[in-house]
Unconditional design. Structure first.
Length: 161
């Protein structure tokens, strides 16, 4: 109980500080949605969720003790950490689109999603983010090196970037 309260309060304090910093970001006059909007929405959501969790813990007073992680659950946690590490290492070299497409589809396949579905979902989300960030919000994503840079540049040129 005390540990949860400390974690929630520290998360509220850290999120409040970053929310303050998000409002200090420079505003670009020709953009309707600037760079401060998405961090503000996410951080406000974190603060509200932590406050609601604190109120719930104080009012309800029943505590949930989570069960121990079984072997399969531990495999998923470690697998996720490994995939995130590989993704972070390949992000700059392969670029955002290629690394997201490859690693997201492999990760979904490891989670026992059908191959066609995993490739389709990976392609959909990689294209969505590739269009949303560099084209819609004018936030550049890594394009990669060598042929990966050329492919990503060609893909973005289809959308005028």
């Amino acid at each position: 109980m005390i540990g949860e309260i400390i974690i929630f309060l520290s998360l509220i304090l850290v999120s409040s500080y970053f929310l303050y910093l998000a409002f200090q970001l420079p505003k670009v006059p020709w953009l309707f949605i600037g760079s401060e909007v998405w961090p503000s929405i996410l951080l406000s959501g974190i603060i509200i969720a932590c406050i609601m969790a604190l109120v719930y813990r104080i009012v309800k007073k029943n505590y949930y003790v989570p069960p121990r992680i079984e072997r399969d659950g531990m495999f998923r946690v470690l697998g996720t950490a490994i995939f995130i590490s590989v993704y972070a290492l390949t992000f700059e070299y392969l670029g955002y689109f290629i690394s997201t497409l490859i690693l997201f589809s492999i990760y979904l396949k490891v989670l026992k999603v059908k191959m066609v579905t995993s490739v389709f979902l990976a392609l959909f989300f990689a294209l969505l983010a590739t269009i949303m960030f560099p084209v819609g919000l004018l936030i550049p994503l890594p394009r990669g090196h060598g042929p990966f840079n050329e492919f990503t540049s060609y893909l973005l040129s289809l959308f005028g970037r």
